[in-house]
Ligand binder design. Structure first.
Ligand code: BG6
Length: 497
């Protein structure tokens, strides 16, 4: 990233002793500091329930930077901007102390009263904190106030609506930055550019030329220590309601009339409004749920054996779905999505499959033409691959699939920033484009709620129905096979071939 100058800012992190702050937020802020985007006029106020001293906190921040840099001087000077305040989220007097501390930092670092409140903590406290921030005067400053809020944003539409209503009493929609960290990923941000900056794709980007689009986000890790959260969430709420549907929206949206936040978001909302709702028994035709059992060698335990997980749990750790977008552009084109834990590969990939050409001159019994594919590699590789047919290098007319690849991750000098780094920078700059608007959240919950209602009312007796370290239940392959398709493999290293 080139150096981008930011306005002076106080970044107040609620949940500063937690995992997210340690793994993502401090390293990202430090990167922004190294790149010069944060210079002298910034401060980080860590806020947590624990009675930590400043020294304990700064040591915690140092530990979090272990993998970022060994330049002690730079770390020392960054740490001079970091301080800690222990806090009780329910207690007004605690907020009054916090305000005094924020005002002091404002003075000493000359921050113009600009504040970001980052809620990196359990969602049950979101509403209480925002109520207090306003009531106890923390939002009462000369500068800007922004609220960054982590997922989950509610558990379903009614709870999300109630939470939104509560938050909106203290912050306007423009001040709220709802994080979906997929929107900070380099190649997710690239979807729009690939689509709207290439004459090659946009004319073909519709139901006349595309047969289906597949979006996969598979993880190798299981649920590990997150059983308590995951039992209530499952893959549908954890991944589909947000990350997966956001990628679908970016793939399916109409070209916005400009790149402004409002224009982009309103095009995404239009896609989410056009999702074909599926409910009741119909869900079984469009969605497949899975839960992992132990792997075939018995080395990895099944989901039900994790701590805080019911031994008879009905929670899905895998979802595959056929999402239909009922509008003119996409009529009849399935968007297949799948995501799961404890799968054989860690990969997030989009495969756009183009329709077969009307007449195949090169068909012979042994070999039919492969479809053209555009593969967008989101992680761990970052890049794109275009699958084309070309002549095999021999005397005949046999064809072969060739792959044109661009691998962003292997271009010298490109070190794509962490999603959180980009999102934090956007928030400091006041650019909300890559955060989710309430309307997006609302429409995606209303789509997902109907599926979860059906799943919660019917126990899946086949659970566990896929072994750990596999690509999910057979029913998922069958869903595509019924339409005459199959999942394109996501594990192969297209970019290196
Ligand atoms: C989070 C989910 O939002 O995304 C996790 O809560 C999941 O369960 C994670 O593991 C996946 O993110 P990434 O960036 O590793 O694909």
């Amino acid at each position: 990233m080139n150096k981008i100058t930011t306005p002076p800012t106080l970044i107040m992190i609620f949940g500063a002793t937690g995992d997210l702050a340690k793994r993502k937020l401090f390293p990202s802020l430090y990167q922004l500091y190294l790149k010069g985007s944060l210079e002298k006029r910034f401060a980080v106020l860590g806020i947590g329930r624990r009675e930590w001293t400043n020294e304990q906190f700064t040591q915690h921040v140092r530990d979090s930077l272990e993998n970022s840099s060994h330049d002690q001087d730079r770390i020392d000077s960054f740490i001079e901007h970091c301080t800690y305040e222990s806090h009780d989220v329910e207690d007004s007097s605690s907020y009054i102390k916090l305000k005094e501390r924020a005002d002091e930092l404002d003075q000493s670092f000359d921050l113009d009263g600009n504040r970001i409140f980052y809620l990196a903590m359990a969602p049950e406290f979101f509403g209480t904190i925002t109520d207090h921030l306003k009531a106890d005067g923390l939002t009462d400053t000369e500068g800007f106030c922004r609220l960054v809020i982590e997922k989950p944003f509610g558990h379903d539409l009614p709870s999300a609506t109630a939470l939104n209503k509560q938050i909106r009493q203290s912050f306007s929609e423009e001040q709220i930055y709802r994080i979906d960290h997929y929107l900070g990923k380099e190649m997710v941000q690239n979807i729009e550019v690939i689509r709207f900056a290439n004459a090659l794709f946009e004319p073909l980007w519709n139901s006349r030329f595309i047969s289906n689009i597949q979006v996969t986000s598979s993880e190798v890790l299981g649920v590990e220590e997150r059983g308590r959260y995951y039992e209530k969430s499952g893959a549908l709420r954890d991944m589909v309601q947000n990350h997966m549907l956001q990628m679908v929206a970016l793939l399916a949206m109409e070209p916005p009339i400009s790149l402004s936040t409002d224009e982009i978001r309103s095009e995404k909302v239009r896609v989410l409004r056009a999702l074909r709702p599926v409910e009741g028994k119909e869900v079984d035709d469009y969605f497949v749920r899975g839960q992992y059992g132990p792997d075939e060698n018995g080395e990895i335990k099944g989901y039900r054996e994790n701590s805080n997980v019911d031994s008879d749990s009905n929670t899905e750790t895998y979802v595959a779905g056929k999402v239909m977008i009922d509008n003119f552009r996409w009529a009849g084109v399935p968007f297949y999505i799948r995501t799961g834990k404890s799968m054989s590969v860690k990969s997030t990939k989009i495969v756009v499959q183009f329709k077969d050409i009307p007449m195949n001159l090169y068909y012979n019994k042994e070999h039919s033409l492969d479809p053209n594919l555009l593969v967008i590699h989101i992680q761990p590789d970052e890049g794109i691959t275009l699958h084309l047919n070309a002549k095999k290098s021999n005397l005949g007319t046999d064809t072969d699939c060739i792959k044109l690849s661009y691998s962003a991750s292997s271009v010298d000098g490109i070190n794509t920033p962490e999603a959180y780094e980009k999102l934090l920078l956007d928030c400091i700059l006041g650019d909300a484009t890559n955060f989710t608007h309430w309307d997006e959240v609302r429409h995606s919950w209303s789509f997902v709620d109907k599926i979860s209602e059906h799943w919660e009312s019917t126990k899946d007796e086949t659970f566990p129905n896929y072994p750990a370290k596999s690509m999910g239940p057979a029913k998922s392959d069958e869903m595509l096979a019924k339409d005459g398709f199959e999942w394109w493999p996501v594990g192969e290293q297209d970019l290196e071939e």
